[in-house]
Design a protein around this ligand. Structure first.
Ligand SMILES: *Cc1c(COP(=O)(O)O)cnc(C)c1O
Length: 457
């Protein structure tokens, strides 16, 4: 007899994964290597170690070890807020009158309010293990900075955050949460770094971008004794740590004998989606099971759906390694959309390669439609979703309505990456009918792509 599926599937502590899953190890055609921006040769662990912690540099380049142990200290921290529940959206299903079965993995049950803590704690741990004094980073909407501040205070590390200026000004509460956990927060671009000064000179009124904040954080890390730089998305190491999301999801589904048909996630730099799909994509790559995967991005920053698959800089200041990815160009500054976590110009190399191989789909959605979906979801499921997460909700609803049309009983799983309590200004704009959808023109994208670096020619 089939077990009845509860509203929430909670795993117990013992079911918390003991190892992360390294998706690249399962790929026959690997993502292209990171290149040194000066020599255009593949980066070595040694070169990466000047910017990143040693162990994280090793993880960054490891595309052959399928499973990597989660250190006990990291697992102990995970136990404070994990395993995260997998929720059956019975109420949403009823509201949509769909035969589809909808599940979502909820990552908003921690103070940072998002999945980013899963990697922040791992990165802080390796920095501590190496005997470092502290770390630097950038933050856009503020979730990553918050998560990293929490992780650093737990391990007694100093934390310097460069926060994209527009968010620094619009999200004072985020900033104060970070300071509560002991981080110092600087609006970017700032006059403290040479790259910041240069950008300010070139674009005096700029409200900043993630790419620019990254360059500033890297400059400070490289120039300060006992500091390294850490990043909350895009990197292979971050996808690795985020695999905890997918591993728990798979355990929960397996426990009830449920097989997902469609797995959906929002995609900024690609870390939550890469983590959510990791064990499922590994099965697909091994020919053990088939799934549809859908990456959802904002129409205002459409790296997968309208970008180019090419080597590009990861940051505006061009100090980070070159990565082959779907990109809009490192100088692309998206219009001020309201999903701050989805404004990065490129997509992580692993998801880019999987997408190029046709193993994953991508869709872009406009922000008013995203907020409509967010509100619809909040009103029946209770949780107030982050605008980023709501991109996944929008496509999950679309797929469920498609099932209603065709009568198919598909199982849809999506990642609900976080809560939206710090995004009420965006909700306000939506409620007041003042939200607009700015979609870049082909000319704007082409102009940005024309500045891609020329590699190997
Ligand atoms: C940062 C963030 C995202 C996007 O980042 P990915 O690396 O693409 O996962 C999505 N949702 C929330 C709530 C975030 O904070």
């Amino acid at each position: 007899m089939k077990k009845e599926i509860p509203y929430k599937i909670y795993l117990n502590e013992a079911q918390l994964p003991k190892q992360w899953l390294n998706l690249r190890a399962f790929m026959k055609q690997k993502p292209a290597p990171l290149l040194n921006p000066q020599t255009q040769q593949p980066m070595t662990v040694q070169e990466l170690s000047t910017v990143f912690c040693d162990e994280l540099a090793a993880q960054e380049l490891d595309d052959s070890t399928p499973y990597i142990d989660i250190p006990t200290e990291v697992r102990d921290f995970y136990k404070m807020y994990r395993p995260a529940p997998l929720i059956r959206a019975y109420c949403l299903e009823r509201a949509l009158d769909t035969p589809a079965k909808i599940y979502y993995k909820f990552e908003g049950n921690n103070t940072s309010g998002s999945h980013k803590l899963n990697s922040a704690i791992a990165q802080a741990y390796y920095a501590k293990e190496q005997g470092l004094k502290g770390v630097t980073t950038e933050t856009g909407a503020g979730q990553w900075g918050t998560a990293l501040s929490m992780a650093c205070s737990y391990f007694g590390l100093d934390c310097k955050v460069f926060m994209v200026k527009v968010s620094y000004e619009q999200k004072p509460f985020r900033r104060e949460v970070m300071r509560t956990y002991g981080a110092s927060v600087t609006p970017s671009p700032s006059t403290f770094t040479s790259v910041g000064r240069k950008i300010l000179e070139e674009f005096p009124g700029t409200t900043g971008s993630l790419g620019c904040a990254i360059s500033e954080a890297v400059e400070v890390a490289v120039g300060s004794e006992g500091y390294r730089y850490v990043l909350g998305s895009v990197l292979n190491q971050v996808l690795l740590h985020q695999s905890v999301i997918g591993l728990e999801t798979k355990t929960a589904l397996d426990e009830y004998g449920v097989k997902a048909d469609i797995i959906i996630g929002c995609a900024g730099g690609g870390s939550n989606l890469g983590g959510l799909i990791a064990p499922f994509m590994a099965e697909k790559l091994q020919g053990k099971a088939d799934y549809r995967f859908i990456a959802v991005e904002p129409a205002s920053c459409p790296s997968l759906t309208r970008g180019k698959y090419a080597y590009d800089y990861c940051d505006t200041g061009k100090v980070c390694p070159l990565s082959k990815m779907y990109t809009l160009g490192s100088g692309f500054i998206p219009s001020a959309n309201h999903a701050g976590g989805l404004r990065y110009h490129g997509m992580t190399s692993t998801l880019s390669e999987l997408y190029a191989q046709g193993l994953m789909e991508a869709r872009s959605v406009e922000q008013t439609a995203v907020f409509e979906a967010a509100e619809r979801f909040a009103r029946v499921e209770g949780i107030l979703p982050a605008p980023e997460s709501s991109h996944a909700i929008k496509v999950a609803i679309d797929e469920a309505l498609e099932c209603k049309r065709t009568g198919e009983e598909k199982t849809i799983v999506f990642g609900l990456t976080g809560t939206g309590y710090f995004d009420m200004m965006s909700y306000e704009k939506f409620h007041d009918g003042k939200m607009t959808d700015y979609i870049p023109t082909d000319e704007e994208i082409a102009a940005s792509l024309s500045k891609l670096p020329k590699i190997g020619k």
